[in-house]
Design a binder for this molecule. Structure first.
Ligand SMILES: Cc1cc2nc3c(=O)[nH]c(=O)nc-3n(C[C@H](O)[C@H](O)[C@H](O)COP(=O)(O)OP(=O)(O)OC[C@H]3O[C@@H](n4cnc5c(N)ncnc54)[C@H](O)[C@@H]3O)c2cc1C
Length: 625
């Protein structure tokens, strides 16, 4: 037999000394020791990395807490005296950071610009930011170093099994990175959608390691002429698992995920099951099952939490005699607006996502699709009047509102339901969420001004963030640190403004009553060929039927693309210490905002060193790719 089992006692023993080269007894012991211990060492390495990120998160949470506490206690004790509303100068009058703080802050900004806002393009539409590239390289280097270090002259015997053990040890990590509820997200605060890239990357690198392992074992087998293992079930199980995982990696390329998502999801589910069961029986032979069974546990826990949340919110809707029927309306041939009654106990921060399940519409009753909650949580600002619902004129009240672009799968079926029901359909909907990080611009006490940029359906993120900021600023009656909000929305047709006209109207009239808050809403009607809007919302009509509805006091309607660089420069010139910039829309819009936010923090006009505000950039997109 080419393989031999690993004695459990090896795991606790000290590193044995090699007495010679080649295949002596002590070499065998040493080989097996490395094969057993190195996967554990790599886990210590990942553990240390996660602990470091957790510590960084704790520090930033404490800083945010102290900042919020200091801000609130200061605003309570020194009530800001406001004689007249300062809309002309646009608020942001916090003094710049003291000179001593500017250099470290400029370095933090420079780090963020290089690490997160600089993108490397690989062609075929693939691009990664520097953080993703560095993490990928570090992961590859770590895995392959542990695979080949301390091998005597790189002899195959030394690494053939070790690569297999190291690959097996990756799968709990791969699984955790792919689940919506996972401990890495909880500890580090990194949203599951941001971890999705790492899920694919770690799976792909681990597959390469499995190929190295399998190739080496086959080569050893053919050289020795001993083919006994072929007939062993554990060997076949490992072979089949690797073949299936290879097929999954091929199918997981972005064009397939984009064009055939449902097929991808089910293929992924089936293959992962085959891979994990096959892998389990393969590694069982070598006592490595502790690397495989946690995958089932991690996956099961995620499913359990998702199901439990769905059940809890359905039950709470039922108890509070709310209906779980959603109202679905067509805003344009390619955009739906869905209003789901808020289940009791469901709260969210602006910009968060929920998974919607429409059992009577989707192919499978458990199919869940993520959508950004396009309304602000009304229960967060209870003393203020409810917002009117976009376009219907009714009360938004307690509803969760979603803006859903019609694609080719489930969303198309939902649109067909609306067509069959003459424009407004009522369908049963279940909600799981909220997920992701919200954007709290006021309560954090962290920003002086904010620029929010949305393209087409990106309004689903921009509107709740904008509305929530105004409502919270109103609640604080002029004591909020946020003094200026610019909301830019790029659309293809002027008529699209009617989708959110009532919300804009009421938010702007509320903003006018907030002392010290200046708000600018700019709607850019881009040419139909511009890619800044989302294709899905182009109705193909150019008529301006409801001109009256489109004229909203305080909303500037402009033609062409916004000059985001100019907007950023203008807002930075207003001063203040910290500025929030958020974007949600097409890749080109996100790219333009990233470009505009790459202001040199170390020197020149607009640099943090010279007293310009430090920029916090948040880029939201409607996909995992
Ligand atoms: C965090 C997040 C927030 C989102 N918010 C919104 C929003 O507010 N409004 C909006 O219109 N769209 C949003 N989307 C995209 C939305 O989830 C998809 O457009 C929708 O699921 C398409 O369903 P379909 O069956 O019609 O898609 P298909 O026509 O089968 O595929 C169209 C596209 O949607 C993607 N997609 C399909 N199903 C899913 C799924 N279950 N999970 C993730 N992506 C999927 C596919 O990769 C493909 O690129 C969001 C996506 C994510 C990841």
């Amino acid at each position: 037999m080419a393989h031999s089992g690993v004695s459990p006692s090896l795991s606790s023993m000290a590193a044995p000394q090699a007495t010679g080269h080649g295949g002596g007894n002590s070499s065998n012991v040493l080989r097996k020791y490395y094969q057993t211990e190195y996967p554990k060492e790599i886990w210590w390495f990942f553990g240390a990395l996660i602990a470091l990120l957790t510590a960084a998160r704790l520090v930033s949470t404490v800083i945010a807490f102290v900042r919020r506490w200091r801000f609130h206690s200061r605003s309570l004790s020194h009530s800001v005296s406001v004689s007249e509303k300062d809309t002309e100068s646009g608020g942001a009058r916090t003094a710049p950071f003291p000179i001593a703080l500017r250099v470290p802050l400029a370095l933090v900004n420079a780090w963020k610009i290089v690490w997160f806002r600089s993108t490397i393009h690989f062609g075929f539409g693939y691009s990664l930011n520097v953080a993703e590239v560095v993490l990928t390289c570090a992961y590859i280097v770590a895995l392959f170093t542990w695979s080949f270090v301390h091998t005597q002259n790189l002899t195959m015997n030394w690494w053939a099994n070790r690569t297999g053990a190291l690959a097996a040890a990756q799968f709990p990590l791969v699984t955790a990175l792919g689940t919506k509820n996972n401990v890495i997200s909880w500890l580090t605060g990194i949203g599951h959608e941001k971890l999705n890239y790492l899920h694919r990357m770690t799976a792909r690198v681990s597959l390469v390691l499995l190929w190295v392992h399998g190739g080496a074992r086959l080569s050893i087998m053919s050289r020795s002429g001993n083919h006994e293992d072929w007939s062993e079930p554990w060997f076949r199980a490992g072979f089949v698992a690797t073949v299936f995982l290879s097929a999954l990696v091929l199918v997981s390329v972005r064009p397939v995920r984009e064009r055939r998502y449902e097929f991808f999801v089910w293929f992924h589910f089936a293959v992962v099951l085959i891979f994990t069961v096959g892998g389990y029986f393969h590694v069982k032979r070598f006592a490595y099952t502790p690397y495989l069974w946690p995958c089932f546990l991690i996956w099961g826990l995620d499913r359990f939490l998702r199901l439990a949340r769905l059940a809890f919110f359905s039950f709470s809707s039922f108890l509070s005699s709310y209906t779980s029927e959603a109202e679905v309306r067509k805003l344009s041939p390619h955009l739906l607006r869905v209003r789901v009654p808020r289940p009791r106990g469901f709260h969210w921060a602006p910009g968060q996502t929920a998974y919607l399940v429409f059992p009577g519409v989707s192919t499978l009753p458990c199919e869940a699709h993520p959508f950004t909650i396009g309304s602000a949580d009304p229960s967060a600002t209870t003393d203020l009047p409810s917002l009117p619902s976009p376009s219907s004129g009714g009360e938004e009240g307690d509803d969760l509102v979603f803006f859903i672009g019609v694609q080719t799968g489930f969303t198309k079926k939902l649109a067909a339901r609306v067509d069959n029901a003459n424009g407004v359909a009522r369908v049963r909907a279940l909600v799981d969420g909220p997920y992701g990080h919200g954007a709290d611009l006021v309560r954090s006490g962290g920003y002086d001004n904010a620029v929010l940029v949305a393209g087409g359906t990106g309004l689903a993120w921009g509107v709740p963030v904008f509305v929530d900021a105004v409502r919270r600023a109103k609640e604080m009656e002029g004591k909020a640190r946020l003094r200026r909000i610019v909301f830019v929305w790029a659309i293809r047709e002027r008529s699209h403004i009617t989708w959110i006209a009532p919300t804009l109207q009421s938010t702007l009239s509320l903003a006018r009553t907030v002392p010290n808050l200046s708000v600018s809403v700019r709607v850019y009607v881009t040419a139909p060929s511009e890619s800044w809007d989302d294709d899905s919302v182009h109705s193909g009509r150019s008529g301006h039927e409801n001109e009256k509805e489109m004229d909203i006091e305080g909303v500037e309607i402009l033609s062409g693309r916004p000059d985001l660089g100019e907007t950023m420069r203008e807002e930075m010139a207003r001063g203040g210490r910290e500025m929030f910039v958020g974007v949600c829309g097409s890749a080109s819009l996100a790219g333009a905002v990233k470009e505009a936010a790459r202001v040199n923090p170390l020197w020149g006009q607009g640099s943090v060193v010279r007293g310009a505000p430090s920029v916090e950039l948040v880029v939201e997109s409607f996909g995992y790719a």
